[in-house]
Design a protein around this ligand. Structure first.
Ligand code: JCK
Length: 233
């Protein structure tokens, strides 16, 4: 799967892209991530990509020209059909079904804004899929784009090994329970011990204990998941 990212801060992605799981997927040719600097599509000596809002008000707005022209060129430079995602606080909330939907195609073009957001005509012209990662205010779309890439690439076939398979992740379709508590060595740490059943070797009993744990945790912490609620959209 191919990801193209458009941003004014391409260097923000280098640490993330060098991370082992993603790096391995890139080296194996399973995913291809290209980061583009929006400033390359700016005009004039000042390389301006933002301007003051018509009607007044604080802050600056991302100009329509550089964004639209960058998206058009990037889409044109590879024939693979792309789905266009604009990260914005006004977007549809990212949830696992949305992640599954985005992972269905061969290519995502993710546009990251800064300042107070985009000139409305970016949306009017490009008709992107507007997505928000949650109800809190970020300084720009970059971190949100990394969240989208991170969640989507887990679903790209062969990115995860068999052991880490995403099919039984919490929130994957068909699983609406929180994960149960888990333990590794040592068996005793400062007097806190591992539940006896996990050491018993009784696979049936272990499965039952884990299922009960998941249900209890979900009831205590996320009752909304049990009520078949989808939550606010
Ligand atoms: C893209 C610029 C910063 C900050 C105005 C917003 C009341 C507008 C996001 N889940 C998410 N939260 N924030 C973003 C996001 C933020 C962005 C940009 C995504 C581009 N900013 C910004 C404040 C405002 N306020 C609420 C007024 C933009 C995602 N995805």
């Amino acid at each position: 799967m191919r990801f193209d990212v458009l941003t004014l801060f391409p260097e923000m992605f280098s640490g993330y892209l060098g991370q082992s799981l993603l790096k391995r997927a890139i080296d194996r040719g399973l995913v291809d991530v290209r980061v583009h600097n929006l400033r390359d599509w700016s005009q004039g000596r000042h390389q301006q990509v933002d301007d003051r809002p018509f009607g007044g008000g604080p802050g600056m707005v991302m100009m329509v020209g550089p964004v639209v022209e960058a998206v058009e060129q990037i889409c044109r430079d590879d024939v693979t059909p792309a789905r266009l995602v604009l990260l914005t606080p006004q977007g549809r909330r990212l949830r696992q079904p949305v992640v599954e939907e985005l992972s269905g195609g061969p290519r995502l073009v993710l546009v990251c804004g800064r300042y107070e957001g985009f000139d409305q005509r970016v949306v009017d012209l490009l008709q992107p899929d507007e997505i928000s990662i949650g109800d809190y205010v970020l300084n720009g779309g970059e971190v949100a784009a990394m969240v989208v890439i991170d969640a989507v690439m887990r679903l790209v076939p062969h990115v995860l090994g068999h052991a880490e398979s995403s099919v039984d992740d919490s929130f994957s379709s068909g699983n609406r329970l929180l994960e149960c508590a888990q333990y590794t060595r040592p068996r005793d740490y400062r007097g806190l011990t591992v539940p006896e059943v996990l050491l018993s070797g009784d696979h049936e009993a272990i499965a039952q204990w884990r299922a009960a744990q998941s249900r209890a945790r979900t009831r205590q912490r996320r009752a909304d998941l049990l009520e078949g609620e989808v939550g606010p959209t």
